[in-house]
Write a protein that binds this ligand. Structure first.
Ligand code: FES
Length: 619
């Protein structure tokens, strides 16, 4: 067995993009454009067309690896430049590892490219106005606060008490030359001198497993630092249900869970500020998206009603909060903008994902699936969008999988079978120590294609396997009473090997059947045919790493041409960034609550029959 990423067929594996001079590195599914790969990694590439191939500004140089010349490239580059590796990033498709040089930005964008190719015009909630005020006198008795408020002509300002406290001293220590710091229409501070260029916010994606923080420069729309960290609530259980259960069993657990969320978020805030060389006091707003349980735990709201029927959420739109409600120590009066939720199992993270993908704004019919323990599914276009949540169980997190592990170094994340040869893709190019969710999906898809797993999900009998695949069949062995397929031997004893067991295949079948039933019901709800779907967007930390070919092979997604199945990356985090950069986008997120209809799966008469049909792998 060889471990070699190069041998994975295009479209089924992942490739590494390394960006200079930033030194950023990102792993993306083969077939992703350099432009998308860079934007997922927070690396800005010049563009005014948002990746549509019309502005010819997204020039990059491929310094290692090969990208064929696209039909649009000769319009942007001379033959010499083309020979030197220059390409338009939005046309450069990565089918193997590439090193990419990104020239400095030519224009400081007034708009930023965020989300899935979304162009966001910068209009953040956080605004600053530099003021040179007239000093008071016996004749001019206006109060300090009036002086500031009246000078800011384009806002009807309200003033925070905290901002009023320091105003007198600040005005006098800076010769009445000050900067008003405004969030929405509230004056939260008055700073000495001109600080208008220094405006920042942090966008948080508060995930059950991982929390991501992006520090944004609100003057340019560019990310200054991105950090992620495992959610420190992990010791209370891997999924939302176990964390809700913890609060039901122990009266102190809610406070402890809240504390852990705060430590995680504040730790990240400190890290991104340090990396960018900023004082946390220069961060004037945080934006948070997360599933409903994560949001309620972080805010100290009892999550018990979420854990039992009829699954009621405390509020779809939570009352106004400030950063310190999340334990985040930035500017002391920084507000916290929180994404609204559709319901108990379609939370603010999914609303953020819909915002980032423009699902409710696009004329094309698209299917959005956030693959996870609880998988959220939305289908539709600007005409109508329906959404649901499918309990997929822990197969994708690999928790219930015999040799399952998180997507970390040593995890098999890709499997390819060609004839009698099997190739593994292992994170970190290390010796395999387990298999993560995408490896599981690949392994099953490849074994179904090779005929070693039949359509009902059973390993075929040994004699048939020996005839069909004389070499691969030697991997089909028993561990105890269970038949398994060995992916990587570790010594002679199969029990020590990394393998796929019959029970693992069953777990995956249940998960994929649950998701497939979800989207089939949504298709029915909209009265569509499967082939009317123009694009499938796979999202979430797991969905983004899933190979489109394998997802189709096992029937997890509709059978569409592979280029129509897109790994959308961390769309929740992208949505949070969009809301930080633009009040217009924030309003669009809020509107999603009225635009999207929730479809409840449990209790539907057609659910069981459809679910049973979906258990099999497509022929
Ligand atoms: S982003 Fe405009 S041409 Fe590539």
């Amino acid at each position: 067995m060889s471990v070699n990423a190069e041998t994975i067929e295009p479209g089924t594996g992942r490739v590494r993009l390394t960006f200079a001079p930033d030194g950023g590195e990102v792993r993306v599914p083969a077939g992703t454009t350099v432009f998308d790969g860079a934007s997922w990694n927070g690396i800005a590439i010049d563009s005014t067309c948002g990746g549509h191939g019309t502005c010819k500004k997204c020039k990059v140089r491929i310094t290692d690896g090969d990208v064929p010349v696209d039909t649009l490239d000769p319009r942007a580059f001379s033959p010499d430049e083309l020979r030197g590796g220059w390409r338009l990033a939005c046309r450069a498709i990565a089918t193997h590892d590439l090193a990419v040089e990104v020239p400095p930005l030519q224009t400081r964008p007034k708009a930023a490219l965020v989300g899935v190719g979304r162009h966001v015009i910068l209009r953040p909630s956080v605004q600053k106005r530099y003021l040179e005020l007239k000093e008071p006198s016996l004749e001019d008795q206006a109060s300090d606060m009036e002086r500031v408020v009246h000078a800011v002509e384009d806002f009807e300002l309200r003033v925070e008490l905290g901002a009023a406290r320091g105003i007198g001293r600040t005005l006098r220590s800076s010769d009445f030359k000050v900067t008003a710091v405004i969030c929405d229409d509230v004056l939260i501070d008055v700073e000495p001198g001109d600080t208008t260029e220094r405006r920042h916010a942090i966008a948080f994606d508060l995930g059950t497993t991982t929390v991501v923080a992006t520090l944004l420069d609100l003057a340019t729309g560019q990310p200054l630092a991105v950090r992620s960290m495992l959610n420190r609530q992990q010791p209370f259980g891997a999924d939302v249900i176990s964390r809700v259960s913890a609060t039901m069993m122990d009266p102190d657990a809610l406070e402890m869970l809240q504390q852990r969320a705060h430590e995680t978020m504040n730790g990240l805030a400190g890290e991104v500020c340090e990396e960018a060389g900023l004082s946390p006091a220069e961060v004037y707003e945080i934006v948070v998206c997360g599933n409903v349980t994560m949001m309620q735990l972080a805010l100290g709201i009892d999550p018990e009603p979420l854990g039992m029927s009829p699954f009621i959420i405390t509020a779809r739109r939570l009352p106004p909060a400030v950063a310190s409600d999340f334990g985040v120590r930035v500017h002391p009066r920084a507000p916290a903008a929180v994404f609204p939720a559709l319901g108990a199992y379609v939370g603010g993270d999914i609303v953020a994902g819909m915002l980032a993908t423009g699902l409710t704004r696009d004329r094309r019919v698209r299917l959005f699936i956030d693959v996870g323990t609880n998988s959220e599914i939305a289908l539709g276009s600007s005409e109508r969008v329906v959404a649901t949540a499918a309990p997929a169980g822990p197969a994708f997190e690999a928790a219930q999988i015999r040799c399952g592990m998180r997507a970390a170094e040593g995890a098999i994340e890709g499997v390819a079978i060609s004839g009698e040869e099997m190739t593994l893709e292992v994170i970190g190019d290390a010796a395999p120590v387990g298999m993560c969710g995408s490896g599981l999906v690949d392994a099953v898809a490849q074994l179904v294609s090779a005929g070693l797993l039949d359509h009902s999900g059973r390993f075929i009998p040994d004699e048939d396997a020996a005839e069909l695949h004389p070499q691969l069949s030697t991997r089909l062995v028993k561990v105890g009473e269970e038949r398994v397929f060995v992916l990587a031997w570790r010594g002679d004893d199969p029990a020590n090997a990394i393998y796929l067991s019959q029970r693992d295949v069953r777990e995956l079948q249940f998960a994929k059947a649950s998701i497939a039933t979800g989207w089939r019901i949504l298709i029915k709800e909209l009265g569509l045919d499967e082939d009317e779907i123009t694009q499938v967007l796979l999202a979430g930390s797991f969905g983004s790493y899933l190979s489109p070919a394998s997802a189709v092979r096992i029937g997890l997604v509709p059978k569409l041409a592979l280029p129509r199945i897109i790994s959308a990356g961390n769309v929740a985090g992208e949505g949070a960034k969009m809301a930080a950069l633009s009040l217009r986008e924030r309003a669009a997120a809020d509107a999603i609550l009225d635009e999207v209809e929730y479809v409840e799966l449990s209790g539907r008469a057609d659910f069981n029959d459809m679910f049973m049909d979906e258990l099999a792998f497509p022929g």
